[in-house]
Design a protein around this ligand. Structure first.
Ligand SMILES: NC(=O)c1ccc[n+]([C@@H]2O[C@H](COP(=O)([O-])OP(=O)(O)OC[C@H]3O[C@@H](n4cnc5c(N)ncnc54)[C@H](OP(=O)(O)O)[C@@H]3O)[C@@H](O)[C@H]2O)c1
Length: 102
């Protein structure tokens, strides 16, 4: 029975009860979004900026992140910050964390 129930709920998930419109005002909140220059990360950054969060987009390509920051500013009116981090390189992660804490 559990297997059939799981198969059904995974195949036909219920309608979401929480949407981007339910996010409260995030003024004063500081949020780091990794991979925020594209895909799911960019959509996440967009939703957070639209609700006034102070967003840091952590990425390995300054050029790509700055392009995303410009794009997101046009869409939300709010500007994110760039944080240089290559998640595949622990030295870069440490440097990025130190830069952020400054
Ligand atoms: N569980 C689920 O149902 C589900 C569904 C969809 C996606 N996902 C997962 O969610 C994640 C994002 O998906 P997506 O479709 O948005 O992917 P995507 O469009 O390929 O974006 C990946 C992001 O990660 C960044 N990135 C990759 N390697 C990095 C590194 N070493 N250091 C810093 N940034 C790095 C990329 O930066 P660059 O542009 O510099 O490469 C890009 O911004 C993936 O892991 C995917 O597998 C899960």
């Amino acid at each position: 029975m559990g297997l059939i129930h799981s198969f059904y709920t995974q195949s036909f998930p219920p309608k979401s009860k929480f949407s981007v419109n339910d996010i409260p005002d995030l003024t004063g909140r500081v949020i780091i979004v990794t991979g925020g220059n594209t895909g799911i990360g960019k959509e996440t950054a967009k939703a957070l900026l639209a609700h006034n969060a102070n967003v840091y987009i952590a990425g390995r390509s300054q050029e790509k992140v700055e392009e995303a920051i410009r794009d997101l500013k046009e869409q939300t009116g709010n500007e994110a910050n760039f944080l240089k981090v290559d998640l595949a390189d622990l030295h870069s992660v440490k440097a990025g964390a130190e830069e952020f804490l400054k």
